[in-house]
Design a protein around this ligand. Sequence first.
Ligand SMILES: *[C@@H]1O[C@H](CO)[C@@H](O)[C@H](O)[C@H]1NC(C)=O
Ligand SMILES: *[C@@H]1O[C@H](CO)[C@@H](O)[C@H](O)[C@H]1NC(C)=O
Ligand SMILES: *[C@@H]1O[C@H](CO)[C@@H](O)[C@H](O)[C@H]1NC(C)=O
Ligand SMILES: *[C@@H]1O[C@H](CO)[C@@H](O)[C@H](O)[C@H]1NC(C)=O
Length: 391
Amino acid sequence: MAVFCEAVADGLLLALSLALLGWGAEGQGNGRGMKEVSGSATVNLGQDRDIWRPLIHTTVNLSEITSIKSTFQLRTFDPEGVIFYGDTKNGDDWFVLSLKDGIPLMQISKEDVLVSVAGGPKLDDGKWHTLELSNQGKFVILEVDGTSGLVVGTQSKQPEEVLSGGLRLALGGILIDKEKMIVQFEPQMDGCVREGSWLNLSSPWETEVEELWPCYQNIQPGSYFAGTGFAIFNTSGFPVDADDGLKIELVGDFSQMNGTIFSIKSPRHEWTVALVADKNTNVVSLTLGQEKTLMLNSLNKLVIIFQRELLQVFQDEPGETPFSVSLGNLDVLTTWTEGRLAVGGLLGEGEDSVGSHFLTGCLEKIQVQGKDLDLDLAVKHMSISPHSCPA
Ligand SMILES: *[C@@H]1O[C@H](CO)[C@@H](O)[C@H](O)[C@H]1NC(C)=O
Ligand SMILES: *[C@@H]1O[C@H](CO)[C@@H](O)[C@H](O)[C@H]1NC(C)=O
Ligand SMILES: *[C@@H]1O[C@H](CO)[C@@H](O)[C@H](O)[C@H]1NC(C)=O
Ligand SMILES: *[C@@H]1O[C@H](CO)[C@@H](O)[C@H](O)[C@H]1NC(C)=O
């Protein structure tokens, strides 16, 4: 057992042996088309890339590690996504920190042990939180804002190994096959990390992107549309009961929006429903098929209920008498499952995802059939920030 104390200052090695450090005999990947960034840079994890791919990453030699602690700040309204990854032995032993339902989730694979543990405070409140990860003996400890969030102990039946070589760290993605994790989750994280101190390392990290996206100074909950793209869902994902109808609820300052808020199209039946905001006139209009357009005053909330032959529109107050209009032969419900729903743009003809009249503005809430619409599940343009708006 004396063996392992060689590479690193005593005690550390074991500690480090988990995800937080380790080694990967391969790539000293410095340079080669990568851009260098500081590990303490502000990193917008929502930046467009392949969904599992880390935004920034680094490889260091275990012998350089003098600290068992990593600290950083996280800010997000997104309840689910990957934050931090570390591995040793080129991915044989690994560690993943993510959020699920807003709560920290750690998954650790070390030799023959695979564990997942979730707990601690909800972090998806849009405030900056300080997270500290440390590896103390057999334990990995996550502290949130100075108080203990999670403690995980692992003990292998295998003899401890000699640690040497490299350790890979990554933000916003993982370097192993996602199938290896116990708990699956949606990786995209609309959030920001800043002031990272990673095992007290000063060497730069690397990124494949040209330029890191900035983070807004202040954010509020909602989905932000920058006016350059939209999000598309298959309507078959939203089951509709012909008796109860289809309910779409939108909240936001419509007077600050410009462009198509949503559109629904059934390609085979050639109708389009579209809700459009015009910032110049402060009018929101709902177009139903070819014939009808309703003009609505600027408002903050809109509930639209499609029934078999009737459309009801509620503005602002729940108890109010709705505005009703006959749908005539525009049978949205019967052909609903064959169509597509786009948020933030007008659907074009056919099955492709070409749109127009894109929305600029913040939708604070979008619900379909009483459930929040998760834009992470849509085919969506990279300019959309699904869980936060600038404030
Ligand atoms: C790590 O550093 C040690 C000592 O400086 C060296 O012997 C070893 O080759 C290095 N390993 C890697 C993977 O660079
Ligand atoms: C962190 O690194 C700095 C120099 O880079 C050093 O002065 C300091 O002692 C280190 N802290 C720890 C806890 O190792
Ligand atoms: C919608 O369904 C088509 C096939 O029917 C599929 O190719 C496409 O990815 C789906 N889109 C979404 C957003 O689920
Ligand atoms: C709103 O969008 C229309 C059409 O895209 C554009 O012509 C107009 O300038 C926009 N108005 C504002 C205030 O952005």
